[in-house]
Design a protein around this ligand. Structure first.
Ligand code: BT5
Length: 319
């Protein structure tokens, strides 16, 4: 975040933390946070505008309710060093995160309620109706560009574990899809719950920035064929908590490739399957047997073992 914005939201978070344990009086709060009483009043008004219920009486300010979703709501109670920028509607959270990257920001999650120009890989589109979970995490890890795929895997693991915690049987399809198995052995197949789009810029030996875009369907209305949403498998979704847990998991995994690979294997649907992987130059058919750092799929083919770094993967029925 630009410096002034960061300071502002940090103070606002401190105000929230203090009044959550309230009541606390305006003068006490001003003294504690080393700002003026007018500044405290402005923060309280801005928080009320953002939907926080803040009571004030003789004893002082007290937090009485948190909005269901939004930037301040996600930031409040988020246990990760990531700023949150929220928009009701954006063309694409990845595009906005790239703008922030160009301004020199880092460790920001851009979240939108709706995307009007959501993007998939290879110039494909991503349908993003209001009420979904559409977000992009901008970070500047000290990694060579070739290692960036580990962050896609980290996001896939984080999203899978958060979906599973919410009661949805999400599994990972290499490299970037979350699927929900049909579960009834029928022909209607696995359905796509979420997708990840990682974009980056870097020098030869070091990434300048990475944007990891994660799209998770909540409602099923308006989605393309073959898609599903969290609400098809569970009665209720608290998007605020979902995004918080997702960001916390991503933050814990982003510096821990070993943990990422272990958890990825555990949640993968692709390992052990017969697959066809279309790469820009080739079509590879065989059994997917493992994942290797930084994200290569190991495929046992008739001509031996092949490591695939990028491509579109199709799960084939057993021969
Ligand atoms: C992906 O691409 O799966 C990556 C999707 C990333 C979306 C996030 S949302 C936040 C951030 N901001 C963005 O603009 N993007 C990221 P790919 O593997 O290429 O899959 C795209 C294909 O999935 C499309 O061609 C459709 O067939 C299908 N599709 C489109 N919208 C979908 C949806 N909501 N759910 C499931 N499948 C969808």
């Amino acid at each position: 975040m630009p410096r002034n914005k960061k300071v502002l939201s940090e103070t606002r978070r401190e105000v929230l933390d203090a009044i959550a344990d309230g009541p606390v009086s305006g003068p006490d709060l001003a003294a504690r946070l080393d700002v003026s009483r007018a500044a405290i009043w402005k923060h309280v008004e801005a928080l009320r505008e953002a939907g926080f219920a803040i009571e004030s009486d003789d004893a002082g300010y007290r937090l009485d309710g948190v909005p269901a979703y939004g930037g301040e709501a996600i930031a409040f109670g988020l246990d990760a060093p990531i700023e949150v920028e929220y928009h009701d509607s954006l063309p694409s959270t990845n595009a906005r995160a790239r703008e922030l990257a160009a301004e020199g920001a880092t460790d920001v999650a851009v979240v939108a309620d709706e995307q009007t120009g959501g993007r998939g890989r290879l110039d494909r589109g991503w349908v993003s109706p209001p009420g979904g979970i559409w977000l992009s995490v901008l970070c500047c890890p000290d990694l060579p560009p070739a290692h960036a795929p580990i962050l896609t895997l980290a996001a896939a693991v984080a999203a899978t574990e958060t979906a599973r915690e919410a009661g949805v049987d999400a599994r990972i399809k290499w490299p970037n899809d979350l699927l929900v198995p049909s579960g009834n052995g029928s022909d209607d197949g696995d359905r796509k719950l979420a997708g990840i789009l990682t974009e980056m810029e870097g020098e030869a030996d070091r990434l300048s920035w990475v944007v990891v875009g994660i799209g998770i369907n909540v409602d099923t209305a308006g989605l393309p064929a073959g898609a599903t949403g969290l609400l098809a498998r569970t009665d209720e979704v608290d998007r605020r908590t979902f995004v918080q847990r997702l960001l916390e998991r991503f933050d814990a995994l982003r510096d821990d490739p070993k943990a990422v690979l272990g958890a990825w294997r555990e949640h993968a649907l692709t390992i052990g399957q017969r697959v066809r992987v279309e790469t820009p130059t080739d079509g590879i058919v065989g059994e997917a047997i493992d994942i290797e750092f930084p994200g290569s799929l190991v495929v046992e083919t008739d001509d031996g073992r092949v490591r695939v770094h990028a491509g579109d993967c199709e799960h084939l029925r057993p021969a």
